[in-house]
Design a protein around this ligand. Structure first.
Ligand code: SF4
Length: 384
């Protein structure tokens, strides 16, 4: 099945035709050189963009199917011990009200996913490593797992964690409690850029070690980057894709870099929307072409740029979306970036709105399914 053409104007310009001719042989390849990746990321005509989109969309259908899977996000606390310069809830931002959901609130919110047919939830939070927090998460995971078992979900909800860098032992405990997927974004693999957007004591080595530890703890491992960071080049983004490939990553969650008033990078500005959106979409498409069978999320940040940003992400090769189900009373306090969408929608409204978005991108919703990464399955069975 093919999603409706979105970027082809009625009359195809000479530049579009030339670019389509130039990239068609690259799109037909199974393996891509660094130059190929940069070439595809630099596509800049409607025809070239549409050819890239169609190739990524068709490969998604062939490799991971026609379904889009939901993971309801529970933002359980905005307390964070770190200070990433791009982030609106970093510890130095004194202008937000800090909150932590109670255990019952976390569990009940997650269980709403099971009733709504979402199949999976994500527990996300600012970073904390203290014993109380580690125990809290372990208990939430165990209880969500047990209480969500039903006829439609015989193994309970799929649980993804997005709780930052932790010790190997912590990852092992949370995995044993029933969480099976973990998202930890590298943000950028360019070491110089990483240093610029983080305080000195947050090192890329620690992040890399954490990604290794997650794999050895048995998780399906997800990572991702920010697209359009000040100073970032197309070669950097190509290297990011190579990094995902080299690390045998199972899931990708990446989105455009959006400035935050609570962050410490306000003077650097951000890419204009008309450049940032296509760049983010091209990253999704090229990542799909290179990695093939991984799960790729169409993130909320895309929707912050354009009202149909999530549909566009799906149309360019994403097969996962993560609706926010955090209780509305605290949702406004989890602003990682400015103008985060869906901070005021009711979760029920969000459910039907999202289904329309998925269908409009030519896909169907994988109700009551975990939608695990096929790449992980193949990695586990030793077939790759
Ligand atoms: S990005 Fe995550 S770890 Fe960094 S300051 Fe924000 S919440 Fe904390």
């Amino acid at each position: 099945m093919s999603a409706p053409l979105q970027f082809m104007p009625r009359r195809t310009s000479k530049a579009s035709l030339e670019e389509m001719a130039a990239i068609t042989p690259i799109l037909a390849q199974l393996r891509f050189s660094d130059d190929d990746i940069v070439r595809l990321l630099s596509v800049n005509t409607p025809g070239g963009l549409e050819a890239l989109r169609q190739a990524a969309y068709d490969l998604t259908t062939a490799e991971v199917g026609n379904k889009v899977f939901y993971r309801g996000i529970v933002e359980l606390s905005n307390i964070c011990v770190l200070d990433c310069y791009y982030c609106g809830i970093r510890k130095s931002n004194r202008d937000i009200e800090r909150y932590s959901l109670t255990k019952d609130e976390v569990i009940e919110t997650a269980l709403w996913c099971a009733e709504a047919g979402y199949g999976s939830c994500v527990l996300q939070s600012g970073e904390r490593r203290d014993k109380r927090f580690v125990d809290f998460v372990e208990d939430c995971v165990r209880k969500i797992k047990t209480r969500s078992v039903s006829e439609t979900l015989p193994q309970g909800l799929g649980i993804t964690l997005s709780l930052g860098e932790q010790r190997l032992e912590t990852y092992q405990r949370w995995h044993a409690a029933g969480a099976t997927r973990y998202l930890l974004r590298i943000e950028t693999t360019n070491r110089e850029l990483f240093r610029k957007i983080h305080p000195e004591k947050q090192s890329i080595e620690t992040r890399l070690q954490a990604l290794d530890d997650l794999k050895s703890a048995g998780f399906q491992v997800g990572t991702g980057v920010m697209i359009g960071l000040p100073g970032q080049t197309l070669e950097d983004l190509a290297a990011d894709i190579r990094f995902f490939e080299g690390r045998d990553i199972d899931m990708i969650g990446m989105g455009p870099y959006l400035m935050s008033q609570g962050g410490a990078m306000r003077t650097e500005g951000m890419l204009e929307k008309h450049k940032l959106m296509p760049l983010a979409l091209k990253m999704i498409a090229v990542t799909r072409l290179v990695l093939r069978d991984v799960n790729i999320a169409s993130t909320t940040a895309l929707q912050a740029l354009e009202h149909d940003g999530r549909e566009r992400g799906i149309s360019f090769g994403a097969n996962v979306t993560m609706p926010n189900i955090t209780p509305r009373a605290v949702r406004k306090n989890y602003q990682l970036y400015d103008n985060k969408p869906c901070t005021d929608e009711d979760t029920e409204d969000c459910r039907s709105c999202l289904e329309k978005r998925v269908v409009s991108a030519g896909r169907e919703v994988g109700w009551n399914e975990w939608g695990d990464s096929r790449h992980f399955g193949r990695r586990q069975s030793g077939s790759i």
